[in-house]
Design a binder for this molecule. Structure first.
Ligand SMILES: CC(C)(COP(=O)(O)OP(=O)(O)OC[C@H]1O[C@@H](n2cnc3c(N)ncnc32)[C@H](O)[C@@H]1OP(=O)(O)O)[C@@H](O)C(=O)NCCC(=O)NCCS
Length: 143
């Protein structure tokens, strides 16, 4: 179980670009990591999510999930995107759990060759605008 420290996270846009939007993850006015939408495809309404919280001691406190949900709200409500996807190593259990809590579903699994000729397993995960809005509605009804 992640230890919820109760702190609210906010996103601050630092590098706006037509095909990439990078935000700092702010906790009590301090940047603790970065989250971004990359490869924004305006025509198909899709983008790839990437996230990192810098300090390991700040992992597992719920901040990642809060940042992902805030970015999905931005992507679907303000940027009118239709689908957000990501790639994650199959052994990154904390990241996978974080994404699942935010509503992502596993869509596929692939193996790719590393530069050391070993195989690594990657999950493709995704969430649509409809899924995100349905989840938000269920949560507001449960309160
Ligand atoms: C991935 C990352 C953004 C997640 O953010 P976070 O704030 O640490 O995640 P959260 O606390 O919101 O959620 C973590 C969940 O994983 C669970 N978890 C922790 N260790 C786990 C493990 N070994 N196996 C399964 N679940 C685990 C936690 O219990 C929590 O779930 P819960 O709330 O149901 O208990 C952050 O850990 C990070 O920046 N990691 C390094 C960079 C990285 O891996 N980026 C992703 C690349 S795809």
């Amino acid at each position: 179980m992640s230890e919820n420290m109760g702190g609210k996270v906010a996103l601050a846009l630092v590098r706006p670009h037509r095909y990439r939007a990078v935000y700092q993850i702010m906790l009590r006015d301090e940047p603790i990591g970065e989250i971004e939408l990359d490869h924004i495809a305006w025509r198909s309404g899709e983008a790839e999510l990437k996230i990192s919280i810098h300090e390991e001691e700040l992992h597992n406190h719920g901040y990642g999930t809060k940042a992902v949900v805030a970015l999905l709200d931005q992507a679907f409500s303000k940027m009118s995107l239709n689908r957000v996807y990501l790639r994650v190593h199959a052994n990154n259990s904390i990241a996978i759990r974080c994404y699942e809590k935010a509503g992502f579903r596993k869509e596929g699994r692939l193996s790719r060759l590393t530069e050391w000729d070993t195989l690594e397993e990657i999950f493709l995960m995704g969430i649509t605008k409809t899924q995100f809005l349905n989840n938000a509605q269920k949560e507001s009804q449960a309160v």
